[in-house]
Write a protein that binds this ligand. Structure first.
Ligand code: NDP
Ligand code: KAL
Length: 257
């Protein structure tokens, strides 16, 4: 069994800064010897991604701009990637967005625009990028996305994003069924709360973490590194029999009533 990811290439979508879960995934895959391809939504985060990637050892990383709301941008990104590198072995989709004002108060007040925006960026984008990366995954491989418990249960303030995550989870399962015959597995990691740029300014994050410290079986929040290592497992041959699955990396919180 080959635990190393040497000679393999993985696309990582959604590094905003060093706190990003995507950056935890990048570090774990890099430690296993993988070559990494980073995509960022706009120029705003290009420098941050390039500066972080420069701290990695091993194979040179590649960089592409890719706003997942733009079909032409997705097509251009992955066709250029195919010309540049040919084959990729996996993709980590670490992207979500909802309007800040809809991540508080009641879900019943969600606007049509806000609902569709959250679905577009946070759920449909997984289908769109899976379709685009499929021609590059000629040797099979693994696609993963990041989800949250709020898609399975009602979590205060998560609102429109909870509905988008439920849609993302189902999208992941339908993709797993379609892509299995090409040797491509599709899974999700359901991460416990981690303080990232997205999490900033939405809800009272300190009190959310306090509940995790008091009630979760492990009595502590999870880290980017722990999610990163589960991503390494899902990208590696160790997980070769797993597809269409949600793995909770959440200190066990999801087992509680
Ligand atoms: P970050 O803020 O670090 O990452 C969110 C990323 O989404 C950013 O890199 C952002 O790109 C990207 N993004 C938003 N809109 C677009 C777009 N139109 N096109 C391309 N990329 C876009 O936060 P996290 O690391 O927390 O979030 C990563 C994933 O993890 C999300 O799916 C989130 O729902 C999920 N998650 C997070 C948890 C947490 O507690 N933090 C818990 C469970 C799941 P850019 O910066 O370039 O705009
Ligand atoms: C119940 C929890 C508390 C927080 C509530 C909602 C969190 C939603 C996540 C969503 C991705 C956040 C946003 O879309 C923020 C956005 O409106 C404003 N931020 C930005 O634009 C920044 C600059 C960019 C980088 O952000 C994005 N996303 O592009 C949920 C907690 C306990 C767990 C979390 C945080 C889950 C999750 O999905 O992230």
């Amino acid at each position: 069994m080959n635990f190393s990811l040497e000679g393999r290439t993985y696309v990582i979508m959604g590094v905003a800064n060093k706190r990003s879960i995507a950056w935890g995934i990048a570090q774990s895959l890099n430690s296993a010897g993988a070559r990494l391809v980073f995509t960022y939504a706009s120029e705003r985060f290009e420098k941050s991604v390039r500066d972080l990637a420069a701290t990695l050892e091993g194979p040179e990383s590649l960089f592409y701009e890719c706003d997942v709301t733009d079909d032409a941008a997705i097509e251009k990104t992955f066709s250029t990637m195919k010309e540049d590198i040919g084959v990729v072995h996996g993709l980590a989709h670490c992207i979500a967005f909802a309007k800040r004002e809809e991540l508080q108060g009641e879900f019943v007040d969600t606007s049509r625009d806000g609902f569709l925006l959250a679905q577009n960026i946070s759920a449909f984008s997984l289908a769109a990028v899976s379709k685009a990366v499929k021609p590059l995954m000629t040797e099979g491989g693994s696609i993963l996305t990041l989800t949250y418990l709020g898609g399975e249960r009602v979590v205060e303030n998560y609102n429109v994003m909870g509905v988008a995550k439920a849609s993302l989870d189902a999208t992941m399962r339908y993709l797993a069924n379609d892509l299995g015959k090409y040797g491509i597995r599709v899974n999700a990691i359901s991460a416990g709360p981690i303080r990232t740029l997205s999490a900033k300014g939405v809800g009272d994050f300190n009190s959310i973490l306090k509940v995790i410290e008091e009630k979760s079986p492990l009595r502590r929040p999870v880290t980017q590194e722990e999610v990163g290592d589960t991503a390494y497992f899902l990208m590696s041959d160790l997980s070769r029999g797993i597809t269409g699955e949600i793995i909770h990396v959440d200190s066990g919180f999801s087992i509680l009533a």
